[in-house]
Design a protein around this ligand. Structure first.
Ligand SMILES: [Zn+2]
Length: 206
């Protein structure tokens, strides 16, 4: 689903254009009309990271591997909501800008894994059709995402440190946005702590 605009705004600046080729035979719904499914130079990495996260997700690994696709189009699913990615049915959709930023960063695998783990968590938690408080869904996806991240072999202490640095740089934002950034840090920290302690997620696979 959505990463709140604020998180994108303090993320990495979009990089120079890469070449994306539309996937001619793409048939699955993307849930955003302007989104175009594309091949990118990073597809192999995207699939590798998803497979790693999914295959080590404990009970969820018995569910089918979700489809994942990178799209171009306006980086907004609705006005004011910038998205690094979202879920559509059983498909994980990643925006090319976010994937490009992640792939070109010094920590490309971990950057990609934060985005994909977050979306995988939305998917397995059944958030796609949820009418609950959107912010609450983000916190849950961050917590379970950080759990998957650790189980997948990425060190979630890195995600915790990254979230903490966002908190420390959030003074420029309004109180509500600062509250969301702080709550997301708490969520990442709690999911990471659970995974590090060998605990089980208190959620049953559907
Ligand atoms: Zn989300």
């Amino acid at each position: 689903m959505l990463l709140l605009g604020i998180a994108t705004a303090i993320g990495v600046v979009a990089c120079a254009r890469a070449t994306f080729t539309p996937i001619a035979d793409w048939r699955r719904d993307l849930c955003v009309r302007e989104a175009v499914a594309v091949h990118t130079p990073w597809d192999a990495g995207v699939h590798r990271v998803l497979h790693k996260l999914h295959s080590r997700s404990g009970p969820w690994s018995r569910q089918p591997l979700p489809a994942i696709v990178v799209v171009t189009g306006p980086p907004m699913t609705r006005p004011g909501h910038f998205a690094d990615g979202w879920i559509c049915g059983s498909t994980i959709v990643l925006h090319a800008n976010a994937v490009a930023d992640a792939a070109r960063s010094a920590d490309s695998d971990r950057m990609l894994a934060t985005i994909i783990a977050h979306e995988l968590a939305h998917l397995v938690l059944g958030h796609g059709t949820s009418a609950r408080d959107p912010a609450q869904l983000e916190f849950e996806a961050d917590a379970l995402g950080a759990y998957f991240f650790e189980k997948g072999g990425f060190d979630c202490a890195w995600w915790v440190a990254r979230s903490r640095s966002l908190v420390s740089r959030s003074h420029q934002y309004a109180a509500r946005e600062r509250g969301i950034i702080a709550a997301r840090y708490d969520a990442v920290q709690s999911g990471c702590a659970l995974a590090k302690s060998g605990g089980q997620v208190p959620v049953e696979p559907r």
